[in-house]
Design a protein around this ligand. Structure first.
Ligand code: KIV
Ligand code: NA
Length: 266
């Protein structure tokens, strides 16, 4: 299959064809997901929690994102690779956003960047797009604003709806090629997909968006602990990996591994 471009995604929206997106943080996983036909891979700043063991995404640095992005790009042959701009790397405004965005393409090898926020970041989106850096927006619940939003809460309820729609429109008008909408009521996700020309990618936004995104470790059951309501777990990688590790420990301790077929002759 052909390489996926931002305009491929617009074509799919125009045809009414839904598409899937997953996060990826390393070359091995990216290769598996790419081969499996996932057309868009997001190097999410969720790496802060999934890969780096932090309690939120806030501490993730540009340098860390660049390391992960390069790895994902190397493991990918078809998927469009989108890199998150981490907290603090674009909030100062268009000049800072442009500097970080250019690094993600030039040093990271990403094909696009994602940043969080609505109308307030539209000038930064415009600056990036004008400079040749495709931008995916992100509205609704935006984890980098966890403290301002008062925790992980569904957004776009009641009076917030019109503001959410205005924010998403502002991103589209500024040149964003797609917009992620996180943790909003299903009817709001569907309304956004209907009102925007560009693809709307939902996470916890119901079935009416043009595309869906999940954190791959949630989707594959690798993460421990509680997963959000919007996650569907398609595998139990944590269980599979744990069982494999226990079997290996057992075999080493009992002497069953390595056997003759794993050993060299003189
Ligand atoms: O960092 C991330 O994984 C994300 C997606 C879940 C949208 O931003
Ligand atoms: Na993110």
């Amino acid at each position: 299959p052909r390489v996926v471009r931002t305009r491929t995604l617009q074509g799919w929206k125009d045809e009414g064809r839904r598409w899937a997106m997953l996060t990826a943080y390393d070359a091995l996983t990216a290769a598996v997901l790419d081969d499996a036909g996932v057309p868009v891979l997001l190097v999410g700043d969720s790496a802060g929690t999934t890969v780096l063991g932090q309690t939120s995404t806030l501490a993730v640095t540009v340098e860390e994102m660049l390391v992960l992005t390069r790895a994902v790009v190397r493991g990918t042959s078809r998927a469009l690779v989108v890199a998150d701009l981490p907290f603090g790397s674009y909030q100062e405004g268009p000049a800072q956003a442009l500097g970080t965005g250019v690094r993600m393409l030039k040093e990271g090898g990403a094909a696009a960047v994602k940043l969080e926020g609505g109308a307030a970041v539209a000038p930064s989106v415009r600056a990036l797009v004008d400079a040749g850096v495709p931008v995916m927006g992100h509205v609704g619940f935006t984890p980098q604003s966890e403290h301002a939003l008062g925790g992980y809460r569904v957004q776009g309820r009641g009076e917030d709806v019109e503001r959410l729609v205005r924010d998403a429109r502002a991103l589209q008008d500024a040149g964003a090629f797609a917009v992620v909408v996180e943790m909003v009521p299903a009817d709001v996700g569907a309304r956004l997909a209907h009102e925007l020309v560009v693809p709307v990618v939902g996470i916890g936004a119901g079935p009416g968006t043009d595309a869906q995104v999940l954190v791959w470790t949630d989707m594959a059951g690798l993460g421990g602990g509680r997963t959000p309501r919007f996650v569907k777990q398609y595998a139990d990688l944590r269980g599979a990996l744990s069982a494999a590790a226990q079997a290996y420990v057992h075999d080493v301790e009992s002497g069953a591994f390595p056997a003759a077929e794993h050993s060299f002759e003189g």
